[in-house]
Design a protein. Structure first.
Length: 435
């Protein structure tokens, strides 16, 4: 390995279906695709998640079964002697024995802890919520013993104003980390899905010895939130396209070799199933009926219109759609869980030239009489969700025996890999503030 290269070992906490791993592998492939410059290799120490369905899909995708133990119940000694044996605290041991190979061997933690403590539906109990315990344990107890070189944290909007965030940044300040905090939506990178998320990237820059006694006192550290994507992650000629995506990292030929289809992930209409795919996956579809629609009058559905034969290119009324949540696909939870596809009736196609024409026909106070006659209503198929959320194009080749509803829940709990890849890239870019 060249002297300027890095070999980064990953501890992937709350790994889910592997969205963060998809991002890191995309970054590695992106650097490899560059003729000159830095090369990075990521190696996985371990992935951790208590959700067995998520672990099944992760294993199918990466041939790696995550550890399903609750993090809180793994002894510190096990972490140190098993998972992080190569990375004992540099201030205590590496200073005594600095091997040449250790100069390029780095440790990175990635963390997407449970979001419910910071959402309205989760009652916003913050650090008092039992679901925050494992994250607080990691930062308070394990973090000072290991001190990873890099850290990445993802969560929902409102994490940035939480007490849990104060625990996080206090520890980073205590141990000599430079870090940046972002609140970014995929639409800011030209992607058609609204999914505003909090991101923190951090890098250890000072060798501070851990205090002998742990303190519970929290300092109020001001929030300096970045809400616009840095220019360094945008393409020079296309300001609404990120530098890193599947095509720029893998190339079209590699994607096709992996048995995936080339999709324009920046076009909302392109993520929809073709007529042939629609027929192939007909038994997986979840349709809405009159009973489902009558339950919530006055709700303005986030509709994506679809020509049943794929012949008519309707001028889109909007270029993006709402966020997919873990409740997506359940007919009893239609409000605010994600978009609905309206497959237009053949007769309706005759006098329609744009989506705007269709919208004018719909009275959302009376959806049964004005919306349902226009065609069939269905949820996005898991393939369409995977495209919308920019999972690896070959993800649907590896879902195994997971049901459609299980896939909806797993995807709704996951991340947007292209967005993550471009944020995490800043940790390794020479143009970054953290460089």
């Amino acid at each position: 390995m060249a002297s300027h290269d890095e070999e980064v070992y990953i501890a992937e906490f709350y790994s889910g279906i592997g969205g963060t791993r998809m991002s890191l592998e995309m970054i590695q492939a992106f650097f490899e695709a560059q003729v000159n410059g830095k090369k990075i290799k990521f190696n996985w120490i371990e992935a951790f998640d208590i959700n067995e369905n998520a672990n099944t899909l992760y294993n199918n995708l990466f041939n790696h079964k995550p550890c399903a133990k609750d993090i809180v119940h793994i002894p510190i000694g096990d972490f140190q002697n098993h998972y992080f044996k190569l990375f004992k605290n540099s201030s205590l041991e590496q200073a005594k024995k600095k091997l040449k190979t250790e100069q390029t061997r780095k440790l990175m933690w990635t963390m997407s802890p449970p979001c419910q403590p910071f959402t309205l539906n989760g009652n916003r109990k913050d650090s008092e919520d039992d679901r925050s315990k494992s994250f607080l344990f990691l930062m308070a107890d394990l973090f000072p013993q290991v001190l990873p070189d890099y850290i990445f944290v993802e969560n929902v909007k409102n994490f940035e104003i939480s007490k849990t965030r104060q625990h996080l940044v206090n520890q980073l300040e205590n141990f000599g980390y430079k870090y940046e905090e972002y609140l970014i939506c995929p639409t800011q990178l030209g992607l058609p899905n609204q999914r505003v998320r909090y991101y923190l990237i951090g890098k250890r820059v000072a060798n501070i010895t851990p205090p002998l006694e742990k303190t519970e006192e929290l300092r109020e550290i001001p929030l300096h939130l970045i809400t616009d994507p840095p220019k360094t992650i945008l393409r020079d000629q296309e300001p609404l396209r990120p530098k890193i995506d599947f095509e720029s990292s893998y190339g079209k030929e590699k994607i096709l070799q992996l048995g995936a289809k080339l999709i324009d992930l920046y076009d909302l209409n392109s993520i929809l199933l073709t007529p042939g795919e629609e027929k192939k996956y007909q038994t997986d579809m979840i349709y809405l009926n009159e009973k489902n629609i009558t339950k919530i009058k006055g709700y303005r559905y986030d509709l994506i219109f679809k020509d049943p034969y794929g012949k008519k290119n309707l001028t889109p009324i909007k270029s993006e759609c709402s966020c997919i949540t873990k409740s997506y696909g359940q007919v009893q939870f239609l409000r605010g869980t994600g978009p609905i596809v309206l497959i237009l009736d053949e007769n309706q196609m005759l006098d329609i030239d744009s989506n705007e024409t269709i919208y004018k026909k719909i009275d959302f106070e009376n959806p049964v009489e004005t919306m349902m006659p226009l065609g069939k209503l269905r949820f996005l198929h898991p393939i369409e969700v995977s495209r919308l959320m920019t999972f690896v194009p070959w993800i649907m080749n590896n879902t195994g025996k997971l049901t459609v509803k299980q896939l909806y829940k797993l995807m709704g709990n996951s991340v947007n890999p292209i967005t993550l890849a471009n944020i995490i890239y800043l940790l390794f870019s020479s143009d970054s503030f953290l460089a």
